[in-house]
Design a protein around this ligand. Structure first.
Ligand code: AQP
Length: 399
């Protein structure tokens, strides 16, 4: 039986951190024995927000080095820069022509990254229509009330209040829509169509499984919808519908400065994350300064103590334990002792990875050879699928 095919990737946007490692890359390692694995360096996705070209190139190599240092074996898995395989961009164009705008508008990541509000203009329009109904109904009631002598004296004030209320709502809605339109006009098409490219990444390899974190579930769902739309149009199950691969070991890691926000490469504060290139001193320093709370003792309670819960999650993930077990172990410990021991565990776990990354990055020639052969292997998989897709669309192709 042929192995199931997995596709995943990380954007080479620098500052690769503990969240990317514990939430993604580390969990890919065991998949290499059970699945055919394709791991891209998602540089086409990276440019959906502005990138410095020299940094993008440097970060592409650094991310490749991180994959290998974390245990992705180029002999078992395909590692390549996404932009080196043109099928991704070409298929994205085709799939974009099967994707209704409404589907893309619902994607929450686009709204977050573009700075748009979670509400949609459609929702505001509905609110306004509801307001109109209420206003009409209230006005009718007031007019009815005019027949009632007792209400006559109050009717002017009531009408004025209603008018004032509606005007305020209208003003608020207009200001909101104005700001949304301004942001939408400035935001880039690439950021908006990012999920179509992600669908192309997956479908272009006929990948059956995609390891996803909570944040990417909506995009995978969309990839399935797009596959379905294409399949319906061509009247056959051409693209397999990819399934999410829920990784039981994947941990969601939060910022060291705010236990309610995810650890992220783009957080302006370097103290918010531990990166895979941090040395022992930097790790200890960042953990010493990590957010805690004023409650005495260590308990695992993500609802009321998110910052401590995050440190426990990190400790557990690095030592193959559970947050609850670690909390029991440090129940009466001082924060300083707990953080010191966590720093030690982090250094023990991460320093061999960091050292291996440095060795790989010192030899860019070997690294580039790995990427070139990965790109070649990826092209061999994606190109025939693209040709078959083009055939179904009706494009002319040379024999
Ligand atoms: N904090 C996190 N905890 C667990 N998993 C995480 N991932 C990212 N942050 C965490 C997972 O890492 C993979 C790669 O993500 P990406 O490169 O596509 O970018 P991202 O998800 O947008 O990651 P960042 O670090 O938050 O980058 P910026 O700041 O640029 O947006 C994904 O599998 C993701 O789930």
């Amino acid at each position: 039986m042929t192995k199931k095919r997995v596709l995943s990737g990380v954007q080479p946007t620098g500052n690769l951190h503990l969240g990317n490692y514990l939430g993604a890359i580390r969990n890919w390692v065991p998949l290499q024995d059970s699945h055919e694995c394709v791991f891209m360096l998602a540089d086409l996705h990276a440019i959906t927000v502005p990138q410095n070209p020299a940094d993008l190139l440097k970060n592409t190599r650094e991310t490749a080095a991180a994959y290998i240092a974390c245990g992705i074996d180029p002999k078992k898995s395909i590692i390549f820069p996404q932009s080196a395989v043109r099928a991704h961009a070409e298929l994205a164009w085709i799939l974009g022509c099967y994707t209704p705008l409404g589907w893309l508008k619902r994607m929450t990541q686009y709204k977050e990254k573009a700075g748009l509000s979670a509400s949609s203009p459609e929702r505001i329009l509905k609110d306004l229509k509801d307001q109109k109904k209420i206003f009409t109904e209230l006005t009718r009631q007031v007019h009815e009330g005019l027949d009632n002598i007792r209400l006559q004296a109050d009717s002017k004030t009531i009408t004025a209040d209603i008018t004032q209320g509606v005007l305020e709502i209208n003003e608020e809605a207009a200001a909101f829509l104005e700001s949304e339109i301004k942001i939408s006009e400035k935001s880039k098409l690439g950021l908006f169509s990012y999920p179509v490219l992600m669908a192309a990444d997956i479908l272009g390899y006929h990948a059956t499984h995609v390891p996803v974190g909570e944040d990417q579930k909506q995009h995978l769902e969309l990839a399935r919808d797009i596959a379905g739309a294409f399949n319906r149009a061509c009247g056959e199950e051409f693209f397999p519908l990819p399934d999410p691969l829920i990784m039981p070991t994947a941990a969601r890691i939060m910022s060291l400065k705010d236990g309610t926000k995810k650890m992220s490469k783009s957080d302006p504060s370097d103290l918010s994350r531990i990166t895979l290139t941090d040395d022992a001193d930097a790790i200890a320093n960042k953990l010493r300064k990590a957010q805690t709370d004023t409650i005495t003792g260590i308990t695992y309670d993500p609802e009321t103590r998110p910052a401590i819960a995050n440190l426990l999650t990190i400790f557990a993930a690095l030592t193959d334990s559970t947050p609850q077990k670690i909390a029991d172990q440090y129940a009466t410990a001082q924060n300083s002792q707990f953080k010191g021991d966590l720093a030690e565990a982090a250094v023990t776990h991460l320093s061999p990875i960091t050292a291996r990354m440095r060795t790989l990055l010192d030899d860019t020639e070997t690294l580039d050879t790995i990427l070139a052969s990965g790109a070649h292997a990826a092209r061999d998989l994606a190109q025939p699928i693209l040709r078959e897709t083009m055939k179904r669309v009706g494009f002319w192709q040379s024999a």
